[in-house]
Design a protein around this ligand. Structure first.
Ligand code: B12
Ligand code: SF4
Length: 512
């Protein structure tokens, strides 16, 4: 039977990775997308997922308008989850409208849920936006469209009602039980899923040119954080805290998704997904949902179930604070290679305390690194340099902190990452910039669209107050490059490799 629903993921096609030039980023689809497709299939609507980055690589002549014109869907859903996707997603929306004038176009995901009113006001081709959890709402929408009944009863939907925009209440919220029953593994509904798993589930950036892409893939293998083909575990929803810069903390979930607490997928279901990841061709899994680091029982139970199943794979565990020793033991005995990431955010404890409710000091961090290393886990330390309160000296302090960690962790690999924290829609510091000592450069959906359009200069979306210098963020990042480059031969000398690569690949000298 031909497809009746089309779901799409658009990566950011005009990203730029310093030495390697123009590239695609936001390569992972929302983990919820295959589950949405599966729910639609189960409701009787054959569904196909398209990843426009995969299409670009596998079918270079692919034309979205022609594709939908050949087989116009009843419903087309696009995931506008990460704000970086905004421009490419709107372009895809326009292409779909040209090819299939009558398909109902709905958006969903984090950015769409935070900026729904403005998106509907500024992008006339969009018919509706599902806010928050999508699996029940999207099925209700397909049913209403098929039966041509009113959209007023579709939960969580904002939609055009003649000349007005109507917001139906957020009346459908998934529960721990319901999210444990979803089919996240339905990658078979994605066109070219093998290519997606092999080439898109790992690299942050996929350069557009082949030689650069090869260098990037090699670099990712040698220095990358996760394993090559990593399956992200859809481990839960919501959050237990509100970090100052994060658009997905407790406060944002309450405000935009109606969820006041967090929920987790059942340990047995996660263990089953980990087993399935091997059959699907992934070489490791990534756990990035750890709302209670002080109470690790949930993840220990997951480990015990995986160990009992006899499945072996690699694990990249993002710890939301410092990991509990019992959890590290369980991870190390269950998985082949274990990489634990910890985000001090800033080497400066005052800055860290301001942004991170799950606070730890530098001494505790070093002790935790010692403990993880003694058990055989590799570590990644992540810094988000350029935060208010930091100075041009901060990158050097970060390197010193990493050196102190390295000194107590022999025999394991310690990587460090520094990345600029961008403004995210609906984050606490977007809502109260004064309280955080910043001035916003991105506020509206149009600002986000412009920030991600081709040719836009790479900016963070805010300016730290009282730095007396317009390009302060850029300066601090350049300092970070000097001290914490991820390229070989070392964090301090990598920037020389970067310069050589830039010259070799003749990419314009651009920041980051
Ligand atoms: C796990 C996670 C990740 C994982 C990947 C998750 C993934 N592939 O989905 C990793 C660690 C790789 C990651 C990376 C990034 N992340 Co992240 N991540 C999260 C986290 C912690 C949980 C997300 C999650 O698993 N949700 C549960 C799953 C099952 O639901 P879902 O996929 O969101 O889908 C549901 C709805 O969103 C909706 N929906 C989604 N798409 C669509 C489409 C349609 C048509 C409809 C109707 C509905 C719909 O329905 C789905 C089912 O109910 C959130 C913070 C939080 N606590 O929520 C941040 C968060 C989503 N990430 C964020 C960011 C910024 C990023 C990065 C850009 C960071 C960076 N600079 O590199 C990258 C992007 C990487 C990429 N795409 O390639 C921001 C997004 C803010 C914004 N508005 O843009 C968040 C909110 C917070 C944060 N700062 O981390 N992330
Ligand atoms: S950054 Fe903080 S608020 Fe955001 S998802 Fe992680 S722990 Fe939650």
């Amino acid at each position: 039977m031909s497809r009746q629903v089309l779901l799409l993921h658009a990566p950011k096609t005009n990203s730029h990775f310093g030495p390697l030039g123009e590239a695609m980023s936001i390569n992972y689809m929302a983990v919820g997308l295959p589950a949405l497709a599966a729910s639609l299939e189960a409701g009787g609507w054959p569904t196909e997922i398209l990843h426009l980055g995969v299409q670009r690589v596998v079918e270079p002549d692919f034309d979205l308008s022609e594709d939908v014109a050949k087989q116009p869907p009843l419903l087309t859903g696009l995931s506008m989850h990460w704000h970086q996707q905004a421009w490419d997603t709107v372009e895809a929306v326009k292409a779909i409208r040209r090819g299939a004038p009558n398909t109902f176009i709905v958006l969903g995901g984090f950015t769409a849920s935070a900026m729904f009113q403005e998106i509907l006001e500024t992008v006339p081709e969009v018919d509706g936006i599902i806010r928050g959890d999508g699996e029940v709402a999207v099925v209700a929408l397909a049913k209403a469209l098929e039966k041509q009944t009113s959209l007023a009863d579709v939960p969580n939907l904002s939609w055009r009602n003649g000349n007005t925009i109507t917001h139906n209440p957020i009346s459908e919220q998934s529960t721990a039980n319901s999210i444990s029953a979803l089919d996240y593994e339905r990658f078979d509904l994605l066109r070219h899923s093998k290519q997606y798993i092999a080439d898109f589930c790992g690299p942050f950036f996929i350069p557009h040119k082949r030689p650069q892409a090869t260098i990037m893939a090699l670099g990712q293998k040698l220095f990358g954080g996760a394993t090559g083909k990593t399956m992200i575990l859809p481990a839960g929803r919501g959050c237990s805290v509100t970090c100052g810069w994060c658009g997905g903390g407790k406060l944002s979930h309450k405000k935009f998704h109606g969820r006041s607490n967090w929920i987790q997928v059942a340990p047995g279901r996660l263990a089953a997904l980990i087993a399935r990841s091997k059959e699907l061709g992934f070489s490791g899994v990534q756990a990035c949902f750890d709302p209670t680091p002080k109470d690790p029982e949930h993840w220990i139970e997951v480990c015990d179930k995986v160990a009992a199943s006899g499945v072996r794979t690699n694990m990249f565990f993002e710890s939301y604070a410092l990991p509990d020793p019992k959890l590290v033991d369980a991870l190390v005995r269950t998985f082949d290679r274990v990489l634990i990431s910890v985000s001090p955010e800033s080497p400066d404890e005052t800055v860290r305390r301001r942004f991170r409710p799950m606070y730890f000091d530098n001494k505790e961090l070093i002790e935790s690194v010692r403990m993880c290393a003694s058990k055989g886990a590799d570590l990644m330390l992540c810094f988000g340099l350029g935060l208010p309160g930091e100075t041009l000296d901060t990158p050097k302090q970060a390197v010193e902190l990493v050196d102190r960690c390295r000194a107590v962790a022999k025999g394991v690999r310690i990587q460090c990452r520094s990345f600029a924290i961008e403004m995210e829609p609906g984050s606490p510091w977007a809502l109260k910039p004064d309280a955080y000592g910043i001035e916003l450069e991105r506020r509206t959906f149009t600002d986000y669209l412009e920030a991600h359009a081709p040719g836009a200069t790479v900016e963070l979306g805010y300016r730290v107050k009282n730095t007396g210098d317009e390009s302060y963020a850029e300066k601090i990042q350049k300092e970070a490059c000097k001290h914490m480059c991820p390229l070989p031969p070392s964090p301090r000398l990598g920037h020389l490799t970067c310069k050589a690569l830039r010259a070799a690949t003749t990419s314009p000298l651009r920041f980051g």
